[in-house]
Structures are given as structure tokens and as C-alpha cells.
Design a protein around this ligand. Structure first.
Ligand code: F6P
Length: 358
């Protein structure tokens, strides 16, 4: 009987997860390990254990597919976080059940692919006696412990494509087009997508905006003869004298979303220009991964298996200085990587006449 390892994907999905799973399956096969893919995030660890075998056959051809072939969830019995800083403790009996299921199925170590909340859970499982390796995942790209995560590049590509499309219709109608994108606490998607897509204003959570400044920037473009404007708004952005916009979801929790239409309405009133809002939403999380995300996902999956082989439990894969390395999971959680407001990216954007509404 081959030794067994497990893998699960947890939290919001993103392009590149299947590249990780394929990387795990193939690297494990090389080490003569069998891989169980637990279904629907940590929920698959509940008795009697819900999983499929991940091998050459079941992972064949999955690289270009978005999402995750083993499913995911950002709620359930193992949820350790609801929002930034809201740490919750996973019940001891739930951890004990997961441990029992893993033992029954002879799983010696578990690879957890997820974001900050999932890593918080991973650490609690590790402390509860389950051998865990973390693989960071967030399209928001806001984990301090890794310079980059897969999924981000695909999300930025979706934003760039949306802006290219909005550009042509904006110029035809001489309109202001507002595009709301993901980014609850960090504006990386808005910043990168906005620069690549030629936006004229980019609003991010790190730089609270002022409606007067937004109006000035649009009117300035008008006086220069550019009578249309593209505005990218990260969902967590807020005016300097106001709050972020949240909306309730089915569970009764509140999620970011809606700032785009608030900004669009204000621009229309203040400039008198025809203004439209598009919310890109989950289009940023779906579809095929970019080349970069396929490669990064593969490297992360292979590295996670190597870390199991080296018994580096309690560690998370990390991308630093073009190398895939590892860091303790404990050092990775609760540390958001925000856009440096005086950094080179923001300055570059300002130098190509992008306004941050400040
Ligand atoms: O963290 C990733 C993210 O895509 C956020 O940018 C967004 O606010 C959130 O997930 C959406 O979550 P859900 O899938 O629950 O709508």
C-alpha cells in the first residue's frame, strides 16, 4: 500500500487551483505517494470523509480549467475567519473528527490551498495534531507572506479586458464608465488592471478619495479634449469622509459591493456627464488561468509535496524574489499586504496622469 497524503481547496475559488492539484498529483506520484482530494474544502474532512483520488488520470487535462475540480466553500464547520481580524476558533471536536477521518483513511499529511482564513484554520489543525502544509491563494494578492499568489494575474487580465471593452463604448458615447472590481482591503487588482487597461482614475481602499478631486480630474480631461473617462473602483474603496459600501448576502453576513454605482451617481450629478457603472464581480474569479497562474500554481503544488517529503509541517509555500520557498504558517496569517501609497506603482500611475481621487 502506498503512503497517502490529502489535499483540499478552501475559501473563494480562483483560476490556477487546478494547476496546483495537478502539480500535487504528479509530484506525489513521482514519490510513490497516493493523493486524496477532499471535497468542498474542509467539509470533506467530516466523517465519513468525502474525497476522490487525484492521480494522473483524474488530473489529466485540468490545467486550463478555472475553479477547482474538488470544490470549495468559504463557510462551514471549519470557518476560522469571517473578515479581516475576525478570528474564530474551530471547535475542538470538529478538529478531532477530522483527525480521526484522516487516520482512518491513512492520510499522513494534508495540503491546504486557501487564503488568510483557511491558513488560520490550517494552523489550528496543525496545533491539533494534523500534519499541514499551506499553499497561499487569493486573487486579491494581499497576503504579506508571499510576493504573489496564483489567480491574481488572471483577475487582472479580466479587468484589463473589461477596460478595453469599456474604452471603445466610452469614446463612442463620450461617457464616464465606472468599473467596480474586487479588492476588499487591498487595491492590487484595481491598480494593476487600471494601469494595464488605461484607466484615468483608480480608487483603492488604501487611498480614501474626495469627490471634488474626482470631479476635477474628469473636468480636466474634458478641457484637454478627452471627453470620456474610465474609472476603476476597488470594492473596498471609500471617500475620506465616508464609509465603504457593504451589502447583505444570503447568510446575513455583509460583503463589500456597491461602491461603483455610488461613485458613478456622484460623478453624474457633479459633472453632468452620462455615467455608467459595470460591476465585474465573479467574472474575475472564473475562466481559464493565465500562463503565469498555470506556472505559479504548478510550482506551488510541486513545492507543497516536497515540503511534505521533508516533513516541514506547519509551513506555507511562499513566493519571494522569483523563488518558491516556505514560511511558517503562523507568520503568514493576519498580515495583509496593502498597496504602499507612496510606492513605485502608485507613483508610476500618477506619472501617466492617473488620479487616485486624492
Ligand atoms: O477574497 C476574494 C474575493 O473574491 C473578494 O475580493 C470578494 O470580496 C470576495 O472574495 C467575494 O466572496 P464570495 O465568493 O463569497 O462572493
Amino acid at each position: 500500500m502506498k503512503p497517502r497524503i490529502g489535499v483540499l481547496t478552501s475559501g473563494g475559488d480562483c483560476p490556477g487551483l487546478n494547476a496546483v492539484l495537478r502539480g500535487v498529483a504528479l509530484a506525489a506520484d513521482k514519490l510513490n505517494l497516493e493523493v486524496l482530494g477532499f471535497l468542498d474544502g474542509f467539509e470533506g474532512l467530516l466523517p465519513p470523509g468525502n474525497f476522490i483520488l487525484l492521480d494522473r488520470r483524474t488530473t489529466s487535462g485540468i490545467m486550463p480549467r478555472g475553479g477547482t475540480i474538488i470544490g470549495t466553500t468559504n463557510r462551514g464547520h471549519f470557518t476560522a475567519k469571517v473578515g479581516a481580524g475576525d478570528k474564530a476558533v474551530v471547535a475542538t471536536e470538529v478538529i478531532a473528527e477530522a483527525k480521526r477521518v484522516l487516520k482512518e483513511h491513512r492520510v499522513e499529511a494534508l495540503i491546504i490551498v486557501g487564503g488568510d482564513g483557511s491558513m488560520t484554520t490550517a494552523l489550528q489543525l496543525q496545533e491539533g495534531g494534523i500534519n499541514c502544509i499551506g499553499v497561499p491563494k487569493t486573487i486579491d494578492n494581499d497576503l504579506e507572506a508571499t510576493a504573489m499568489t496564483f489567480g491574481f494575474d488572471s483577475a487582472v487580465a479580466a479587468v484589463t479586458d473589461a477596460l478595453d471593452r469599456l474604452h471603445t463604448t466610452a469614446t463612442s458615447h463620450k461617457r464616464v464608465m465606472v468599473l467596480e472590481v474586487m479588492g476588499r482591503h487591498a487595491g492590487w487588482i484595481a491598480l494593476h488592471g487600471g494601469i494595464a487597461g488605461g484607466a484615468h482614475l483608480i480608487l483603492i481602499p488604501e487611498i480614501p478619495f474626495d469627490y471634488d478631486k474626482i470631479t476635477d480630474a474628469i473636468k480636466m480631461r474634458d478641457t484637454r479634449g478627452s471627453i470620456y473617462s474610465l474609472v476603476v473602483v476597488a470594492e473596498g474603496s471609500r471617500p475620506a469622509d465616508g464609509q465603504a459600501v457593504m451589502r447583505p448576502v444570503e447568510t446575513g453576513e455583509f460583503r463589500f459591493g456597491g461602491i461603483g454605482s455610488v461613485v458613478a451617481a456622484e460623478i453624474a450629478v457633479r459633472t453632468g456627464k452620462e455615467t455608467r457603472c459595470t460591476v465585474l464581480g465573479h467574472l474575475q474569479r472564473g475562466g481559464a488561468p493565465t500562463t503565469l497562474d498555470r506556472i505559479l500554481g504548478t510550482r506551488f503544488g510541486v513545492k507543497a509535496v516536497k515540503m511534505i517529503h521533508e516533513r516541514q509541517f506547519g509551513s506555507m509555500v511562499s513566493y519571494q524574489n522569483y523563488q518558491v520557498r516556505q514560511v511558517p504558517i503562523a507568520d503568514a496569517i493576519n498580515r495583509l499586504r496593502l498597496v504602499p501609497v507612496d510606492g513605485e506603482m502608485v507613483q508610476t500611475a500618477r506619472d501617466v496622469e492617473i488620479s487616485f481621487g486624492d
